[in-house]
Write a protein that binds this ligand. Sequence first.
Ligand code: DGP
Length: 116
Amino acid sequence: MSPNTETIFSKIIRKEIPANIVYEDDLALAFTDVNPQAPVHILVIPKKPIVSLATAEPEDTALLGHLLLTVQKVAAAAGLENGYRVVMNTGADGGQTVYYLHIHILGRRPMSWPPG
Ligand code: DGP
């Protein structure tokens, strides 16, 4: 485990700081974003510390698939039957600010393309 995976999200996993957790299982956690960019804005993270998509390893293949199916489950539970956007900001140019792999689920407003 790289020491730079110790972020605010690690503290949320350990329940050391509060978060509005909407889903949890052995491998993943989902909670609402503190700075929502849409009426529904949820983050899905692995419990295994991974810095970003760019540093995920082949051994994380099943975990990454699990995270995407967690997105599907969480989005359905949030009532996003009309669709939603899934975003993984990766690295500096990708706009990543928290260096702990996370998937944004954004919903309940029309999305534009290209993203900013
Ligand atoms: P990104 O730019 O992709 O690294 O997005 C990080 C997101 O994390 C950003 O939308 C705000 C959210 N965030 C940062 N700190 C906290 C926190 O302490 N609690 C919650 N719930 N969300 C946080």
